[in-house]
Design a protein around this ligand. Sequence first.
Ligand code: UDP
Length: 317
Amino acid sequence: MSERVLIAGGSGFLGSHLSDLFLSRGYRVLCMDNFSTGNRRNTAHLSDNPHFEAITADITEPVRVDGDLAYVLNFASPASPPDYLKMPIETLKVGAWGTYHLLELAREKNAVFLQASTSEVYGDPDITPQPESYWGNVNPIGPRSVYDEAKRYGEAMTMAFHRHFGVKTRLLRIFNVYGPRMRPNDGRAIPNFVTQALRNEDITVYGDGSQTRSLCYVADEVDGIFRLAMSDESDPVNIGNPSTEITMLALAETILKRSGSKSKIVFRDLPKDDPKQRRPDITRAKAILGWEPFTSLEDGLGKTIDYFRDLQSAGEI
Ligand code: UDP
C-alpha cells in the first residue's frame, strides 16, 4: 500500500498543486480544508481518483484522522494580505492552534511534518537577498503581524516539537508564488493586475511601485516543496526564485503588454509595513535539495494570463 499524505489547505492554490504532485508520485492524498480561502474547483478534477480523499475540517479544532499517515503538510492559512487583514483572528488561530494540532497529529502517527512558513518571517528586510540565517525585521503589532507573527510562532512550535519530542519536521519558507488556481479576487498583485488588464480596468499599483518581489512559478515551487518533504532537513529552507526580482511597476507594465490590454496604470496608497524588497537566497535549497527554479517570468506569466482568460471566457471573472 502506498504512503498517505495529509495536506491541510489542500484545496488552496499551493495545496491543490501539491495534491496533484503527490498523487502523480504514487502517494495517497487526504485533502483537508475549511474553504475559508480554498476552492472546491481546485481539486474537482481529482474527485474520481481512488487515491484522493477530501474532508472538510477546521484545524483550529483538534484533528482526528483514522488510518496511517506518512506526511502531514500544513498549508492551511489565509495567505494574501487582504485576506489576512479581513480575518485577523482566524489567521492567528490557524497559524498557532492549527499548527499545534497538526504537530500533535504528526507525533501520534509518527509522520513527517512540513510547515509552510513564509518570507514574511523576514518582515521588511534590511538585507537582500534574504538567507535563512536572517532573523527578520517584523513589526509585532502592525496590521501584517497577524500573519507574520503567527508564522513565526508556527516555526517556533515546529522546532519545539522537533527538539522536545523528536518529531521529524521540515520548515519551508515560501517567497511569492504565482500561477493557475490563484483566486482572481485574492487581492494579490498578480491576480489583481491580470484581472484588471483582462477587463481593461485601471491597474492599481500601490505606492510608487518601486517595491520589489521575486516571483516563483507554482510548478517550480511545488517541486522544491516535494524535495524538502523527502529530505531529512529540519532547519528552514527558502524556496523561491531569486532571478525574477521585479518592481511592482515593471510587473504591471509587463502584464499590460503581455495581455494586450488597454488599461492604464494608476497609483494607490501603499499598505502599512509593505516590504520594500524581497529576494530569496536559495544557496541552501540548491545544496541540500539539488533544487532551483527554471521557469522564466515570461513563460509563467503567459500561463497565468491564459488561466485567467479561460476563467473570463467561462464568465467566472
Ligand atoms: N500590490 C500592488 N497592487 C495591487 C496589489 C498589490 O501594487 O493591486 C503590491 C503590494 O503593495 C506589494 C506587492 O504588490 O508591494 C506584492 O503584494 P502581494 O499582495 O502580491 O504579496 P505580498 O508580497 O505583499 O505578500
